[in-house]
Structure formats: structure tokens, C-alpha cells
Design a protein around this ligand. Structure first.
Ligand code: AMP
Length: 612
């Protein structure tokens, strides 16, 4: 692994936080954590180049927790994230690290949530605010959020904020933060504009980048399953059941708690499975490995550290149940299979948000990882029936069946049925608690996304969200960055209305309705600002947003028909560059008529962004 640091205790974290991490089941810091935590604890500004899946949230969240004075119920840290989903996830992570910090409050504030709730929560006081730029800006303008006590500011997924058109808002916020504070900027890539922001607002930042050392992997079959539509555990058992050549497996998870949980669940489903983690002493560890070698165990669920150096030739499969932190960890993990000249199989579970990490692994290992189609119920049934037939064939070849044949004949006669029916009844009895036909339905293939799909799942409060399973488990749809559909960013700067079909993507299909909004070129608004605001506030994915016509004082935007009232209301109140957009159906004729109509209206005061 990239880092020699094996323990959180070496990073300078307090005993109370170390205890929390042990409770959560974190064994060792991930590479980005090992490098960032000491730097942040020393108070330096930091640029961290890391993506989802590397453990970057804890890399900034743990040092944040150390700085919080719980007695002071004022925002002491502000984390800006591009989306509300991420804001909630980061808030959840912070809350989990506050287990031993009674009285700690973290508040996510994001577009689409009612102001009334947010105002109430803000007035109660929170120590850390995690928010999307637009909503944070609004609260700063309304003076409902005060940053006078701010010690640290974190920009999470800065490149994503740029792509979604929020970078000006981020700068606006940065300009209004107290002079003296620490700033940490995390970004998977470092485009020029992000560099510029870093140069302008960060003071002598330390730059930390996790290397993705290239490594060739042996002849191992590598596949991935994008978590979607089914719980990871169910998917795992289905996959293991139909995998050809399955002999034994090592399954990698992130925490020691997860090793135990998964081992228990697999054991309950009839697998010979055990956990291997840092809590086991050397002797117990060796015992587990011996059992795997001898065949007393078929599955070992391990953390990275505990599985270092395991050499068991019969391991036919490695499953990355949780994605590894970096490419080195991946190479190390999959090296546990394909040993002693045998073929190996590596299966990787990837949550939609982790797709970027998958691509990084592919690049670093210079080997493509093929998508795996989840076995259907019929596949599993076929496999079970084939196994059953094999067993029956073995028995048929054995001697001494006459006694049983006689019993079958007797039953047939007594019940007045044929021998086939008796055999069918015996088959049913012989299922040994594991039905040949698995019950239930196949999950629908990854759900065809609907324009307003995210809305129905949108949490109405942080608390409600906390009770729901995490996005990875639910198989959330890919976010903005994973679809590769970028809005066009350049501004042509002429006076004609500008119509944009975002390039490199199919035009949205289905009925579209044209809406008018009260922001235009005179407000310094660009197409990306409108796309970002609508995507974030109403939960409409950018690819469902149709043509955008940019006029001087207003704009038009095509959105899918059938918008739910909740999304429509959210969009009425949405602001772009501080101006409420007041979205409503456009009554003007397409193109020119719209411009005439709205040119004369001047319903709002012009308030160029730069003057605010
Ligand atoms: P992130 O890359 O920040 O989105 O983190 C991804 C996942 O890794 C989250 O579920 C974290 O709880 C988990 N995680 C982060 N750091 C560690 C660690 N040191 N040990 C175990 N799990 C971790």
C-alpha cells in the first residue's frame, strides 16, 4: 500500500476520536487519510487530489472534529459540496465521527429543502455546516448563516462544483469568510480554474496526491458489478453460486465490523465463512488461513491489512465487496487469487459514485474490467438443478438401490401414481433446505431513469435520510459526472438568443415543456448556471434538461412534461446568481416571440453579479 502508516494513533488524533474509529471498525487509515490528517491537524491549507472511494471524507472530517469547540454553538466549519446527496453523506459521516462528542451538531443545507426547516435548524445552532453553494450563498445573503467563528472551510469535489456551474458562487462565499481560517480543497482533477481558485484563496497549501502506481496484474479474469437494484449481499450469493470453477473466496470489505457482519450473514446462508481482521491475534489468524487451505472454510471475509500476504492456492475468487482505496490495494487484493499457476477471478462491486475509481484502476493496471451481468433466478435455478442431477447420477451409479426401488414401487402402487410422480415428490424432499427454484422476482434491470426520479427518493430531512440505507446499498443512479454529458461552457457573447442543446448527448426524448425564467445574460448568467441550478434544486438530471435559450433579461428552458408540483415549487424559488428565477410555463411563441415579450417587461431590477 502507498503508506507505511498502519495506525490512526500515529496521525495525532485524540484518544476520544481513536476510540470512535475503533468502534466504527476502521482498522487503518487509507493512504489519503494518512497523508492529509497530520497536515490538517497542523493547521495548513491543503489541496487533496482524491476521488470518491479513497476515504477522502474522513481525511478532512476527522481533523475537523478535532477543532470543534462544542460549547460554542456557532458554525466553526463549512464544507461545500456540489450536490445535496454528497452534502447529506458528508454530514452523516461527520455525525458518525461525533459518537463520543455529546452535543455536537452538523447541519446539511441544500437546495430543494424547505427554508423554514433550515432556518429553524440554523437558529438552533450547528457546529459544522455542510451545504451546496447556492443554498449557502442564500443563507449568507439573508444573514441567517454567520461565519464569524469559522475556523475551517472545505471545498469537496471542487472540479464537480466547477462543472455544475457553481464556481462563482464558491468564490463569492470564499470572499465572505473571515480572513484567518484554514482551507482544504479536494478535487479528483485539477482544471485550470480550480488551480486559480486555490492560488487565490489558499495560503501556502500542501498538495497531496495519491499515486496510482501502474502495475501489471497476472492473468486474472476481472469483472465488476455496478451495484443496482439489489442488495450487495444477495448479489454476492447469486454470483458465487453460478461462478464456474468456484473453490474458495476471499471477500474484501473496509471495516473489521463489516468482516464479522458479512461472515455471520454468509454462515447463516449455509456458507463455510469466517472473518479475518486485525482484532484476531496471530494464532487465530493462522488458524483461519489453515482452515481455508484445508477446505474447512470456503470463504474468508477480510480487511486489507489482515489479508496481507495470504497464499492459499485454492482461492479461486477475490471479491472486492467494498472498492479498495487505491490501485495498489486493488492489485494486492486480487493477487490473492490465481496463485500457483491456477486461474483466478476478481469481482469488483462498484457503487455508481465509484465509477471514476473503477476507471482509475483500469488505467493503472492497464487492463479492462468487464461488466458482469447479475445472474438471473433462472441461472441460479439451472445451476442448482445441474448440481442436483450430478448428485443423483452419482447415486444411480452406486450399488444397492434395489431396496429403495422396491419402496418406490410400493408407494406408486399404494398412491396409485406413476414412478415419475414418486420421484418428483422425493426430489422436492431432497432439496436439503435449499430450494432448487429460488423464490421471488428478479430485480428489474438497472431502472430506466426518469427525469424526476430522484425526487421521490429525496429525503425531506437529514434525520429521515439517516434511517435510509446508504446510496451504495440502494444502487443510486449515476450522478452528473458519470454520464459524461457536459453542458457547453463557452459564452458567445452576442445579443441573439442563444439556444443550446448540450452537445455529445442525445436530445431528451418524450414531451418537453418550455419554461421562462427571469435570469438572462444581463445577470451574467451562462447556460451551465441554469443547468446546475435546475439539476440540483429540482433533482432533474442534466440530460433531461432540453434546449436553453439565453436572452438579455430572461431565458427559456425546456423541461420534461409532467413535472411534480414539488419540483415546480422548488424551481419557482430557485435563485441563479442570486436572482430568483420564477420558473413558469412560457407563453410566448418559440424563439423570437419570447424575446420580444420579455424584453419589454423588466420585472426585476438588474443586479449584475459583480456588483453584489
Ligand atoms: P469516501 O471515499 O470518503 O467516500 O469513503 C468511502 C467509504 O469508506 C465510506 O463508507 C467510509 O466510511 C469508508 N472509510 C473511510 N475511511 C476508512 C477507513 N480508514 N477504514 C475503513 N473504512 C473507511
Amino acid at each position: 500500500m502507498t503508506t507505511p502508516v498502519d495506525s490512526f494513533a500515529d496521525l495525532g488524533l485524540s484518544d476520544s476520536l481513536l476510540k470512535t474509529l475503533a468502534d466504527i471498525g476502521y482498522e487503518t487509515p487509507s493512504p489519503i487519510q494518512a497523508e492529509c490528517i497530520p497536515v490538517l491537524l497542523e493547521g495548513h491549507d491543503l489541496i487533496g487530489m482524491a476521488q470518491t472511494g479513497t476515504g477522502k471524507t474522513a481525511a478532512f472530517a476527522l481533523p475537523l472534529m478535532e477543532q470543534i469547540d462544542v460549547k460554542l454553538t456557532k458554525p466553526q466549519a463549512l464544507v461545500l459540496t456540489p450536490t445535496r446527496e454528497l452534502a447529506i453523506q458528508v454530514a452523516e459521516a461527520l455525525q458518525s465521527y461525533a459518537k463520543n462528542l455529546p452535543g455536537f451538531h452538523v447541519l446539511p443545507i441544500y437546495g430543494g429543502q424547505s427554508y423554514t426547516i433550515q432556518l429553524k435548524q440554523l437558529s438552533r445552532g450547528a457546529h459544522i455546516i455542510v451545504g451546496t453553494p447556492g443554498r449557502v450563498m442564500d443563507h449568507l445573503e439573508r444573514k441567517t448563516l454567520n461565519l464569524d467563528h469559522l475556523k475551517t472551510m472545505v471545498l469537496d469535489e471542487a472540479d464537480e462544483m466547477l462543472r455544475m456551474g457553481f464556481i462563482d458562487d464558491v468564490e463569492w462565499i470564499l470572499e465572505r469568510t473571515p480572513e484567518k481560517h484554514q482551507t482544504a480543497l479536494f478535487s479528483a482533477t485539477m482544471p485550470e480554474q480550480i488551480r486559480r481558485v486555490a492560488q487565490k484563496y489558499l495560503v501556502e497549501p500542501r498538495e497531496i496526491k495519491i499515486k496510482s502506481a501502474t502495475a501489471t496484474v497476472a492473468a486474472i479474469r476481472q469483472v465488476y458489478w455496478q451495484v443496482s437494484g439489489m442488495h450487495k449481499l444477495d448479489a454476492l450469493t447469486r454470483i458465487l453460486e453460478v461462478e464456474e470453477d468456484f473453490d474458495a473466496a476471499i471477500i474484501f470489505v473496509r471495516t473489521k465490523n463489516a468482516t464479522v457482519e458479512l461472515a455471520d450473514k454468509l454462515a447463516a446462508r449455509g456458507y463455510a465463512a469466517a472473518a479475518l481482521n486485525g482484532d484476531l491475534n496471530q494464532q487465530m489468524r493462522e488458524r483461519v488461513i489453515e482452515q481455508l487451505k484445508s477446505g474447512a472454510l470456503d470463504i474468508v471475509i477480510a480487511t486489507d491489512v489482515a489479508a496481507r500476504g495470504i497464499d492459499v492456492p485454492r482461492v479461486s475468487h477475490v471479491v472486492n465487496y467494498d472498492i479498495p482505496y487505491d490501485t495498489e490495494a486493488y492489485v494486492h487484493r486480487i493477487g490473492r487469487t490465481g496463485r500457483a499457476g491456477r486461474t483466478g477471478n476478481a469481482i469488483l462491486f462498484v457503487a455508481p459514485r465509484e465509477i471514476r475509481m473503477l476507471r482509475t484502476i483500469e488505467r493503472a493496471t492497464r487492463s479492462p474490467i468487464a461488466p458482469l451481468t447479475l445472474p438471473s433466478r433462472a441461472d441460479v435455478t439451472n445451476k442448482r438443478v445441474a448440481g442436483f442431477k450430478e448428485k443423483v447420477a452419482e447415486v444411480l451409479n452406486a450399488e444397492g438401490l434395489d431396496f429403495f426401488a422396491n419402496i418406490v414401487a410400493q408407494i406408486a402402487e399404494e398412491q396409485n401414481v406413476g414412478a415419475e410422480e414418486v420421484a418428483a415428490a422425493l426430489c422436492q424432499m431432497a432439496q436439503e433446505g435449499k430450494p432448487l427454484q429460488i423464490p421471488g422476482e428478479d430485480p428489474a434491470p438497472a431502472r430506466a431513469p426518469t427525469p424526476f426520479g430522484t425526487d421521490s427518493r429525496r429525503p425531506s430531512s437529514f434525520a429521515e435520510r439517516e434511517r435510509k440505507p446508504r446510496g451504495e446499498e440502494r444502487g443510486e443512479r449515476p450522478r452528473f459526472e458519470e454520464r459524461g454529458d457536459k453542458p457547453r461552457f463557452e459564452d458567445r457573447g452576442d445579443s441573439r438568443p442563444r439556444f443550446e442543446d448540450k452537445p455529445k448527448r442525445a436530445a431528451p426524448s418524450g414531451d418537453m415543456v418550455r419554461y421562462r425564467i427571469d435570469v438572462g445574460r444581463d445577470h451574467g448568467v451562462q447556460v451551465k448556471d441554469i443547468v446546475g441550478a435546475i439539476a440540483n434544486e429540482a433533482g432533474i438530471e442534466s440530460r433531461f434538461i432540453g434546449r436553453i435559450g439565453l436572452y438579455d433579461e430572461s431565458s427559456t428552458v425546456e423541461l420534461p412534461a409532467g413535472m411534480p408540483a414539488e419540483a415546480a415549487n422548488a424551481l419557482k424559488r430557485t435563485r441563479v446568481r442570486g436572482v430568483p428565477i420564477n420558473l413558469r410555463p412560457d407563453e410566448g411563441r418559440p424563439d423570437d416571440a419570447g424575446e420580444r415579450k420579455f424584453d419589454g417587461e423588466r420585472k426585476f431590477k438588474k443586479k449584475p453579479y459583480a456588483e453584489r
